[in-house]
Ligand binder design. Structure first.
Ligand SMILES: [Zn+2]
Length: 129
């Protein structure tokens, strides 16, 4: 995999909010320091998704478990990245004008983590009902 650097502008969602939503979904330990989530303007998020896709990174899956490049209908994505501090963690990007609320998008993406579907070793393990 080719390493790529991404810069973007977005509004960071507080750890407090992430942890609160996490705790509403599961009793599993919150992976403190390993989740970052941002809300981005449409144009900015579509730009970053195109760049990530071009780097060969997997950035989204649809509800049937197919790995897909995000498109204009995508509301949020989750992917594994290395943060600027060197930590490997999850990065959630949410489109500001998504059809779903920020909370719904966060729940959806956090559930991918909780269900073990996207792991820090970059493996994808989709378990569909
Ligand atoms: Zn999903």
């Amino acid at each position: 995999m080719v390493a790529a650097k991404f810069k973007f502008e977005g509004k960071k969602i507080s750890v407090r909010k992430l942890e609160k939503i996490w705790r509403s979904l599961t009793t599993k330990t919150f992976p403190n320091g390993k989740i970052r989530a941002f809300i981005l303007d449409n144009r900015e998020i579509e730009r970053i998704w195109r760049e990530m896709e071009g780097s060969g990174r997997i950035v989204a899956f649809d509800d049937d478990g197919n790995i897909i490049p995000p498109n204009e209908n995508t509301g949020a994505t989750i992917t594994i990245v290395t943060y600027p501090n060197g930590t490997t963690g999850w990065l959630i990007l949410i489109k500001k004008n998504s059809f779903c609320s920020i909370e719904e998008n966060l729940k959806h993406e956090l559930n991918h983590m909780i269900n073990g579907e996207i792991m820090l070793d970059r493996s994808i393990n989709l378990k569909r009902k």
